[in-house]
Ligand binder design. Structure first.
Ligand SMILES: Cc1cc2nc3c(=O)[nH]c(=O)nc-3n(C[C@H](O)[C@H](O)[C@H](O)COP(=O)(O)O)c2cc1C
Length: 152
């Protein structure tokens, strides 16, 4: 089973998290692709793979600019995604009380709306907590992968 990590980012933290997972989890999944969203649309979910959405939050609770086309296409080019299994790493900052991690949460909402199957809960990282998203994210991902791979 291939793991495809879809990265939505403004200042690269989510990309670093994805790259850390790619290195750290190679013993669990042999094929891990890190894919910057950069304008990709719903067709990025066409491949037979396990997906991990790894995205930050910007503006007033929006997805980052490079994830905007995917997010919009889940609404404007909808199709049934029942074959898609995915997890979510949502990066945010609790000082944005009203919109904490909304980028990942909004993406999750749209995927669920199209029938995609989320494995586990949305995992949120709080940039104001002083912990490293790369370290915590890889630890979370190892547990998540164990769960996801046991369901194959
Ligand atoms: C201008 C700006 C707006 C932000 N808005 C939010 C927000 O609404 N909610 C949230 O949880 N975090 C928000 N954040 C925090 C980022 O999502 C967080 O720092 C994240 O780790 C950045 O990841 P990135 O480098 O991959 O983009 C904001 C950060 C900036 C600089």
């Amino acid at each position: 089973m291939k793991l495809k990590i879809l990265v939505g980012t403004m200042t690269s933290t989510a990309h670093y998290v994805a790259q850390a997972i790619q290195m750290d989890c190679a013993d669990l999944v042999s094929d891990i692709e890190v894919c910057l969203l950069d304008g990709l649309d719903i067709r990025v979910l066409d491949e037979d793979a396990l997906y991990l959405i790894c995205t930050s939050t910007y503006g007033s609770g929006d997805v980052p600019d490079n994830a905007r086309v995917l997010y919009d296409s889940l609404d404007t080019q909808p199709k049934y995604l029942g074959q898609v299994r995915y997890g979510v790493i949502a990066l945010g900052d609790r000082t944005y009380l009203q919109t904490f991690c909304f980028g990942g949460k909004k993406m999750d909402e749209r995927l669920q709306g199209l029938g995609a199957q989320r494995v586990g809960e949305v995992w949120c990282h709080d940039a104001s907590a002083g912990t490293l998203a790369e370290t915590e994210g890889t630890a979370w991902c190892r547990d998540w992968l164990a769960q996801a791979l046991s369901m194959v």
